[in-house]
Design a protein. Structure first.
Length: 852
RNA sequence: GCUGGGAUGGCGGAAUUGGUAGACGCCCAGGACUUAAAAUCCUGUGCCUUUAGGGGCGUGCGGGUUCGAUUCCCGCUCCCAGCACCA
């Protein structure tokens, strides 16, 4: 994933790009043609905030930041193809944001509508549903409110089923939790719409239900306070009902607060609705737990079989009728005896204490009684459709993507408003619609472009009359929805990319980033790819074959209670004491104040961050990268602890010394080859370790593990260090074995610590050319050489380890068994006992089961 | 509350997917080198127990399957993340 040019790289970036770079190096060393790109997500709000706060031009601010961050990436030695960089804020790039927008407009996938949008008061910005997930702003974490605005939408809902169903194609390569979060977000729900007549009125209330089979248990129709029927009948309601509804509406309009549980509340409107199946008259209630923006804004309340309806009915003493029973014969104590009778004379759920929400068999449901829930659901929906009061339906939670932003620093929306012709799309040949150099920035949430007549005053592409441009810009997530395709053809001036050129590289083989974009960027990118497929630009459904979500890098954070949120940077401003487990027991600032502490995402602005530049300065880029890869599995959270990095430094220095101590012997005896008669056991042992390591490291890379191959390299380096023969006394065979081990070690180190590896490689080979110039390849693995001469076989008696045998790998079961029984330690436990059974696992173990 | 993931030494974490638990590294202790320190090297390092050889216990807790369970099954506890009345 491309970085936002905030101005400084943090350790999260280092982790992400170190892993990506390691993989790129590994694949290149394996002989693959690798496209390892980088780009800049360079449109967005912080640039504009800087303009408001400090009066700098957003472009200048952004480009300076890119310069700084590119320098940092180059200092850590990321091996990107710098020629292919893309920059979202350049007209050469955003021209195609606009191109796509116009294409989607043609396809009917872009439309404008006035609606309640998510609004972040803190950022003074509009948010898409995805960016407001959980009722909090994705950028600043503050609660989201609503605001009426007219804005452009992209029809993500045209692809809901594909977004769900195509997950099957990427299931193997994506983390399960990301797919899960996406499918929850899309929220497919299969059920039925049912219309209830309103008594004494032509109006009908339509509800959505997934459990039409429970409709005979409905005790009320509950609608949202904002439901049109409420507005329409408000005049007929008593003053206290109206007041209550107003109160609920006011409460609904407040930003969601997840700390406090919402108590069920509501009021009987006095209206009556008719259950179309039973003909029963039901009260119409307003309930605070019914939301206007899901389903139809109205539900049928079935307390006996729905938890929320149960709570609601209990609070207001509404009747509860059980209409579903468990399929299995219910135990005598369940169902029957616990049920209180009610005026309906039907059994009720009062005494049960909770709703029965499983499927079962329908009861008390007129002619439908006796059917299973599954049959009832299907047949009742069909019946409803036949009698024109309902139909089976699938609803989704996913909404269209609102992309209009009242912001300057983004791609202008290429739409023109003409008094005569109405909404007119800009002509393709007039793209890009360029941003002016500057605009009056206020940060108050109004479009700065609306104050720049040179920008918005234009002529209508249709009638040539005077017209005005749309003064909003696109959500920056538009830029990141397709940038990875641009890498394949970054200079194209006619199209976003050439289809054939892109086809060679795409879809992306491996995508790496944080899982915080699970329902934002990753849904948009998938949507965009499907649109591109329908445009004929690509021939596949999914943009990213494999996704790796790396865990956050977090640091210990210290707060000063008095001054509020002030955070101190370790270790110069805080004195910390720890318990035996390394957990902090107290933290005191240099001024002597006691501080609160916790763990938070590491960043410079929070003051708990380690600056990558500092790391490089102190330890070097190679050690920093090696440590970040080694410290924890890539998908885990990494709690930053500087102590461990010394280990990485020591390891690199050890390898350096190892090469130093052998380079003369190895360099001067290049003719030394394997196969001399006196092949020593030591040489064979080292070669075995070398080849086992090649296999382990390769397998680890293939399965995206970055910590375990480092451990394997450390083992190999230890084995070379333990080699018992002095360089000057080594035989040709031994020289060969050491040269092979060192060469392999250095090559396998390249993905983690490329600078050190490059230097050592050239020294070792004895010429000035390094890994790149030599077009070096990862060492070939030999199964034959990796095979052990002798293997250790544990012997268990009754499953407990009692002895170990050394045996030939090809030893037969009988031989192993005989050796086990001959073993002295084993005999202590078997002598005088009855042998019940002997289990021999070839090449693994022997287990003797005895009795008595 | 629902959903998903997890729990292995003082710490980060390994373990060929049912076969020697604790690789590798950090920390710590002891030693060598040094006038001394740093660096480096060597040794030890799961817990309990034993003079020693050794013995016992041990992968969150309780059960089960198996010759054998960190791994599979059932039931709990706790932690982390996501969602937040989704009808």
């Amino acid at each position: 994933m491309l970085p936002y040019p905030s101005g400084n790289l943090h350790m999260g970036h280092v982790r992400n790009y170190s892993a990506g770079d390691a993989l790129a190096w590994y694949k290149r060393l394996k002989g693959f043609n690798v496209l390892h790109p980088i780009g800049w997500d360079s449109f967005g709000q912080p640039a504009e905030d800087a303009a408001v706060k400090r009066g700098v031009n957003p472009r200048t601010w952004t480009e300076e930041n890119i310069e700084i961050m590119r320098g940092q990436l180059q200092r850590i030695g990321v091996s990107c193809d710098w020629r292919r960089q893309m920059y979202a804020h350049t007209p050469e790039y955003y021209k195609f944001d606009q191109w796509f927008f116009l294409k989607m407009y043609e396809m009917g996938l872009a439309y404008k509508k006035k609606t309640q949008v998510n609004w972040c008061e803190h950022d003074q910005a509009t948010l898409s549903n995805e960016q407001a997930s959980g009722g909090i702003c994705w950028r600043c974490g503050n609660p989201v409110t609503k605001k009426d605005l007219e804005q452009w939408f992209l029809k993500t809902t045209a692809y809901t089923d594909q977004l769900l169903d195509d997950m099957a194609e990427i299931e193997a390569g994506w983390p399960a939790n990301v797919l899960k979060r996406q499918s929850d977000w899309i929220g497919r729900s299969e059920g039925a719409f049912v219309k209830f007549d309103v008594k004494g009125s032509d109006e009908r209330i339509e509800v959505f239900t997934t459990r039409i089979d429970t409709i005979y248990g409905a005790n009320a129709v509950v609608v949202a306070a904002e439901h049109p029927i409420v507005e329409a009948k408000l005049a007929m309601m008593s003053a206290n009902v109206v007041a209550k509804i107003a109160a609920i509406r006011a409460e609904n309009a407040k930003p969601t607060d997840h700390e406090t549980e919402i108590k069920k509340d509501g009021i009987d409107t006095g209206l009556k609705a008719i259950n179309p199946f039973s003909g029963e008259e039901l009260s119409v209630w307003v309930g605070n737990y019914v939301m206007m923006d899901y389903g139809t804004g109205a539900v049928m309340s079935v307390p006996a079989h729905d938890e929320r309806d149960f709570d609601f009915a209990k609070k207001f003493g509404l009747p509860m009728v059980m209409v579903i029973e468990t399929k299995a014969e219910p135990p005598a104590s369940a169902g029957g005896t616990n049920v209180e009778s009610h005026s309906t004379s039907k059994p009720t759920a009062h005494a049960v204490g909770s709703a029965f929400t499983d499927y079962g068999v329908m009861v008390n449901s007129g002619e439908w009684s006796g059917k299973t829930s599954e049959d009832g659901k299907r047949e009742m929906a069909e019946y409803a459709e036949k009698h024109e009061f309902g139909r089976a339906a699938t609803t989704y939670r996913l909404r269209d993507w609102g992309i209009s932003r009242q912001r300057f620093w983004g791609s202008p929306i290429p739409i023109i408003y003409c008094d005569k012709c109405g909404v007119v799309p800009e002509k393709f040949e007039n793209l890009p619609v360029r941003l002016p150099d500057t605009a009056p920035f206020t940060g108050t949430g109004e479009s700065p472009l609306a104050k720049v007549p040179e920008f918005y005053e234009t002529t209508c592409p249709k009638c040539d009359g005077p017209a005005k441009r749309d003064t909003d810009t696109m959500d920056t997530f538009v830029d990141s929805s397709w940038y990875y395709f641009r890498y394949t053809d970054p200079q194209n001036e006619v199209l976003p990319f050439d289809t054939e050129t892109a086809a060679y590289w795409t879809p992306v083989d491996q995508y790496i980033g944080g899982d915080d974009h699970a329902v934002m960027h990753l849904i948009y990118a998938r949507f965009w790819t499907k649109v591109m497929r329908d445009l004929g630009l690509v021939k596949f459904n999914e943009p990213f074959k494999r996704l790796l979500t790396q865990g956050m890098v977090v640091g210990e954070t210290f707060f000063d209670d008095e001054t509020g949120k002030k955070v101190y940077h370790m270790p110069d401003k805080v004195t910390v004491t720890r318990d035996a487990k390394g957990k902090i027991t107290s933290a005191v600032s240099t001024e002597g104040k006691t501080l609160k502490y916790g763990i938070e995402r590491m960043s410079k602005s929070k003051g708990n961050g380690v600056d990558p530049d500092e790391m490089i300065e102190i330890y070097g880029a190679d050690a920093a990268r090696l440590f970040v890869m080694f410290a924890a599995p890539i998908e885990n959270e990494l709690v930053w602890n500087e102590a461990g990095i010394e280990g990485a430094v020591r390891f690199l220095q050890r390898v350096w010394r190892l090469v130093g101590s052998w380079r003369l012997a190895v360099g001067s005896r290049q003719s030394a080859v394997v196969g001399s008669e006196e092949s020593s056991a030591e040489a064979r042992k080292l070669r075995r370790k070398t080849h086992q390591t090649i296999k382990r490291v390769s397998d680890n890379f293939e399965s995206l593990q970055f910590n375990t191959p480092v451990a394997a390299l450390m083992e190999l380096s230890n084995a070379i260090g333990d080699f018992p023969v002095e360089p000057d006394n080594a035989s040709d065979d031994e020289i060969f074995a050491v040269r092979e081990a060192l060469t392999s070690l250095v090559l396998m180190l390249t993905p983690f610590s490329p600078h050190t590896a490059e230097e050592l490689f050239s020294v070792l080979i004895g010429n000035e050319k390094g890994i790149v110039a030599n077009d070096a390849r990862f060492s070939e693995y030999s199964e034959e050489l990796a095979k052990a001469d002798e293997i250790e076989i544990p012997v268990q008696v009754n499953g407990k380890l009692r002895s170990r045998l050394m045996a030939l790998p090809e030893a037969s079961n009988e031989e192993l068994e005989a050796m086990a029984f001959a073993d002295e330690k084993v005999r202590e436990y078997t002598d005088g006992k009855e042998v019940v059974k002997v289990v021999v696992v070839p090449k693994r173990l022997v287990n003797i089961v005895v009795k008595g």
